[in-house]
Design a protein around this ligand. Structure first.
Ligand SMILES: Nc1ncnc2c1ncn2[C@@H]1O[C@H](COP(=O)(O)OP(=O)(O)O)[C@@H](O)[C@H]1O
Ligand SMILES: [Mg+2]
Length: 249
């Protein structure tokens, strides 16, 4: 890893085995005179291979937290460790490498390139990744290999989101970070998208965090972390993990 600063050199406890360890993470946005406190001291560990749902109302700080874990944004204070390395000490090029090599992102809006087919959208990523899946193999993981030559405009919203998932996972990311992946979808298509995410977590073993304000989705997680007012308000482990196909909302 690029940063010389490790958990061992900082004396931080228990961060080495975690995929992510957030410690006292604060994020404040200064909007002119007004300070917006998006995160008010978050401590969080995510463990290898687990499927976590971060559940909280709109404005509670979920996206801010996910963007910090994914190296898209930096906290105002506090630290984040990624596999024992202090992410918050990485410089820009180390952060870019971290995002490129280890993180798959899925957002509410799919951001596919309209002039490229499903396969070509995925291939954009596999061409720059060191150990990628074949693009068609990635599309098969989300059950869209038959649609590989279709353009985004020829697919439904849910199908486009599954292409976006294939694109995110085609580099075999260590972590898959999903920000309201079903936010723009109806229940039926949302379930297919969640099923694809669940399959990727199980088959590729990527540590997966899904953020949502929909409590039903929490049933498919190994662990549910509640976020409220920029804080972790509680967590629970699901004794029985529900298959995405059994969810209804
Ligand atoms: N770039 C930004 N500039 C100013 N305020 C922001 C910015 N991003 C988020 N916020 C504020 O931080 C708080 C948390 O936002 P966010 O993390 O997007 O919450 P959630 O994803 O749970 O809806 C909100 O009050 C939001 O308005
Ligand atoms: Mg959000």
């Amino acid at each position: 890893m690029p940063s010389p600063t490790t958990a061992a050199t900082t004396g931080a406890e228990g961060v080495k085995d975690a995929v992510f360890a957030a410690r006292s993470v604060v994020k404040t946005y200064q909007m002119g005179e007004v300070a917006v406190h998006a995160l008010n001291g978050v401590d969080l560990d995510l463990w290898p291979g687990e499927f976590v749902v971060l559940l909280g109302p709109s404005g509670s700080g979920k996206s801010t937290l996910l963007n910090i874990l994914g190296g898209l944004d930096a906290p105002t204070s506090g630290d984040v460790f990624y596999r024992g390395e202090k992410l918050t000490a990485f410089n820009d090029s180390a952060l870019t490498r971290y995002r490129r090599d280890h993180v798959g992102f899925v957002f509410q809006f799919y951001n596919l390139i309209p002039s490229l087919t499903a396969r070509e959208n995925v291939a954009l990523i596999t061409e720059i990744a060191p150990n990628p899946l074949d693009p068609v193999e990635a599309l098969a993981l989300v059950d869209l290999d038959k649609r590989k030559n279709h353009f985004p405009s020829q697919m439904s919203g849910g199908e486009q989101q599954r292409v976006a998932i294939a694109r995110a996972v085609a580099k075999r990311p260590d972590v898959l970070l999903c920000d309201e992946p079903t936010g723009a979808l109806d229940v039926h298509t949302g379930v297919l998208v969640l099923d694809a995410i669940q399959r990727v977590n199980a088959e590729l073993g990527a540590t997966t965090a899904v953020i949502t304000h929909n409590a039903v989705i929490a049933k498919m997680a190994d662990r549910v972390i509640h976020i409220s007012d920029g804080r972790i308000a509680g967590e629970e482990r699901n004794t029985k993990k529900v298959a995405a196909s059994e969810l209804e909302w």
